[in-house]
Design a protein around this ligand. Structure first.
Ligand code: KIV
Ligand code: NA
Length: 269
């Protein structure tokens, strides 16, 4: 069983592996592959839910998907990603929304897109018993403010990310996602804090790596420049669905083995 303590202990000795999942069958594949952490990312907005950003994703969406993933994951740590405006509006509702992920959806931890406004909240959540994964660099919930570009590319921005990383480590976060930042910044952040960094588009020197599962298995139409595809699930699904349609249209399906005839049911009228 992966725990927040075992994740912290793994840092620096072995790479930490993390992938997203948004449903039970995918979570069960990721879990059985031995991936350490399953993130029920608000990237479900762009993937499973078909929006063009993460902004419309609700607490309800993440709670229901997290519950499905948690039912399927036996070993992996399940992290619920807090959606746009579910935290940061005020402390009471932030704590309630995060608490729901553990109380109702069986998450092991929450992830917050971090900034100056999440330092105190992180400390508060951790004191209450809600483990927090922080997230700095590109934070896609701020797309209207900052776009989707690389972050921390000049010395001032890079220092701000480094300072916020330290502040969140001090506040008790158990790990930190670094998204779309220069590799030499991620390397310095990793050296400067004693919690594991998990990179996405952040180079090879983080303590772990995360990607969106749709990108990894080949189910995405558009992928970010830092993603890598390790399979071609979409073409296999297209082949299977096409074969099904053809089998129905040609009368090959259902065959005798898919049908059942009950005795004494002939000539009902
Ligand atoms: O929502 C998500 O999938 C994420 C990861 C890319 C870190 O936040
Ligand atoms: Na996210």
């Amino acid at each position: 069983m992966v725990t927040v303590r075992s994740i912290r202990a793994k840092a620096g000795s072995e790479p930490i592996t993390m992938l997203t999942a948004y449903d039970a069958p995918t979570a069960s594949v990721v879990d059985e592959a031995g991936v350490d952490v399953i993130l029920v990312g608000d990237s479900m907005g762009n993937t499973a839910l078909g929006y063009d950003s993460t902004l419309p994703v609700t607490v309800e969406d993440v709670a229901s998907r997290t519950a499905a993933v948690a039912r399927a994951a036996d070993d992996a740590l399940v992290v619920a990603d807090m959606p746009f405006l579910s935290v940061g509006v005020d402390e009471a509702s932030s704590v309630e929304h995060c608490g729901r992920m553990l109380k109702e959806a069986d998450a092991d931890a929450v992830k917050l897109e971090s900034g100056p406004h999440t330092v105190e909240l992180t400390e508060h959540l951790v004191r209450l018993g809600i483990p927090v994964m922080a997230h700095l660099g590109l934070t896609p919930q701020r797309v209207k403010e900052v776009g989707y570009g690389r972050q921390g590319t000049d010395r001032d921005d890079a220092r701000e990310i480094l300072d916020l990383a330290k502040a969140h480590a001090d506040a008790g976060a158990f790990s930190l996602v670094l998204e779309h930042v220069p590799a030499n910044l991620a390397k310095q952040v990793t050296a400067a804090i004693d919690i594991p960094t998990i990179g996405i588009g952040a180079g090879p020197d983080c303590d772990g790596q995360v990607l969106v599962v749709d990108d990894v298995v080949g189910m995405s139409d558009r992928t970010p420049p830092f993603a890598a595809q390790f399979g071609d699930v979409k073409s296999e699904m297209e082949r299977a669905v096409g074969a099904y349609r053809e089998a129905v249209e040609t009368g090959e399906f259902p065959a005798d083995e898919h049908s059942h005839v009950e005795d004494d049911l002939d000539e009902l009228y």
